[in-house]
Write a protein that binds this ligand. Structure first.
Ligand code: HAM
Length: 449
């Protein structure tokens, strides 16, 4: 029992913070998000892609069976949990597996092919957080299912390139290109690779020793120095691929040359996900290389069948939004924003406030971006607020103005002001701001037009 005279000790509450590796998207970064999303939507619409969203979590097998048990994602990085009935579920670490699951589940192979889908979503990987590597991150991605042709791969790469250009960062990245061949040809090469590494295990890092029997391809793109030395001397994939894979790759390169897209051939590029066949590509930072690739993709012809659907060729690409934003900032690119306010409405007293509410509403309807100080601050406090929000015009309504049914329009830049009749305020401001600068976009109106 506490002594009545004793002051109960207040437990110290630590301020909450986001878990390690995840972050809020604050309004300044949302300007980038919104801009990137607009670019993606525009380019997607132009090329005939339609948007898809798959659930944030799926049955674990959806990822385990597609991305591959030996991949870093499945073996180390998945957020897997059990639901109350003991079913194993996983937060999606990437987009392709879910899209393929959905394609099969909804019989999309019955729709006109190719099925062209895009997404813009958060993903989750339990990776060691560092620059450009987070536990929750956003990707946009494109998937083309139902047709196989090197021209489609080229078109997708061209689309990615165009988007990077729209975002102002294309020059910071170079396209790395490789083919990992058909599944059958790759199996033979993997055996050759395993033979090459057998007996050299002691020079390999622990990860590579583990990967050797499961997926020796991954040893080629290990970042450890000793592993890289061995990879340099390893048999080269393209020398062991079948004619079909090589012809396909040559044709793709012809298309890329035709469209003027530069690429670096990289025989060691294998990608960290097991579902690829033939084309693989990544966009690498020109200075940092593979470390902070902005995006990657490739062909995955066997995946739909492997996940229980009909034999359906496919190709896709996804890029990381956080890395894009970081690069836009590095290149000093500001996302065009429509968030700046035009007008601030300040008032003095309750009667004035009553006049403000309908006025603010009318200003909004006229496309004037307006914020009102509807709190209890003095007129000076409100004017300081108007300055902070960097508005060009402030409308002031005090007791006199209420009585005379007028309002003061103050030009904050010039420091001048005029008094106008209340029912002329909107018209005057439209003239001052300019019709071309109004924000008249009202999607809801589409329903009634
Ligand atoms: P991925 O290479 O694993 O490919 O990821 C694509 C991009 O997502 C990366 O290049 C990177 O920009 C970003 N990213 C990946 N992990 C993180 C992370 N932990 N933090 C921040 N950004 C990250 C895929 O996910 C495939 N599904 C791409 C694809 C689509 N292939 C065919 N279709």
């Amino acid at each position: 029992m506490t002594d009545k005279n004793e002051v109960a000790e207040t437990p110290k509450i630590e301020a909450f913070r986001t878990p390690k590796g995840v972050h809020d998207i604050l309004p300044d970064d949302h300007e980038y998000h919104t801009f990137i999303k607009k670019v993606i939507r525009h380019r997607a619409r132009q090329a005939g892609f339609r948007r898809i969203s798959t659930p944030v979590f799926e049955y674990t097998d959806v990822f385990a069976r597609s991305i591959g048990a030996s991949s870093d994602i499945v073996s180390k990085e998945m957020y897997t949990f059990e639901d109350k009935k003991g079913r194993s579920l996983t937060l999606k670490p990437e987009g392709t597996a879910g899209v393929v699951r959905s394609f099969i589940q909804h019989g999309m192979n019955q729709l006109p092919q190719p099925m062209m889908l895009f997404y813009f979503e958060p993903f989750f990987r339990y990776d060691r957080p560092q620059k450009g590597r987070y536990r929750q991150f956003w990707q946009f991605g494109f998937e083309v299912l139902g047709e196989s042709d090197p021209a489609l791969d080229a078109q997708l790469i061209q689309l990615a390139n165009k988007i990077h250009k729209d975002l102002g960062i294309a020059d910071l990245f170079e396209l790395q290109l490789n083919t990992i061949g058909t599944i059958e040809a790759r199996k033979k090469y993997m055996q050759i690779l395993e033979d090459y590494y057998t007996g050299k295990e002691r020079s390999l890092c622990e990860d590579c020793r583990n990967r050797l029997s499961k997926n020796p391809l991954r040893l080629l793109d290990c970042k450890e120095e000793d592993c890289q030395i061995l990879a340099e001397l390893a048999p080269i994939m393209i020398d062991h691929l079948d004619k079909e894979s090589i012809d396909y790759h040559d044709e793709l390169k012809e298309y890329l040359d035709e469209t003027g897209i530069k690429y670096t051939e990289n025989p060691k590029l294998v990608r960290g996900l097991d579902y690829y066949s033939k084309t693989v590509f990544e966009f690498w930072d020109k200075n940092e290389g593979a470390q902070n690739a902005i995006g990657g993709g490739g062909r995955y012809d066997g995946l739909v069948e492997q996940m229980g659907g009909q034999d359906t060729p496919a190709v896709g690409y996804a890029a990381g939004v956080e890395r894009i934003i970081a690069n836009m900032k590095k290149a000093k690119i500001k996302a065009p924003s429509k968030d700046e306010l035009h007008v601030f409405v300040a008032q003095l007293g309750r009667e004035a406030k009553k006049k403000c509410l309908p006025l603010i509403n009318d200003l909004h309807d006229a496309g004037i971006k307006t914020m009102g100080a509807l709190g209890k601050g003095s007129i000076n406090v409100q004017l300081r607020m108007a300055n902070k929000f960097k508005v060009r015009y402030t409308v002031l309504i005090g007791l006199t103005e209420v009585r005379e049914e007028t309002a003061i329009i103050r030009d904050m830049e010039r420091g001048s002001q005029i008094t106008v009749d209340m029912d002329e305020v909107v018209e005057r401001l439209v003239k001052l701001i300019g019709k071309e600068n109004l924000d008249l976009y009202t999607p809801g109106e589409l329903l009634y037009s």
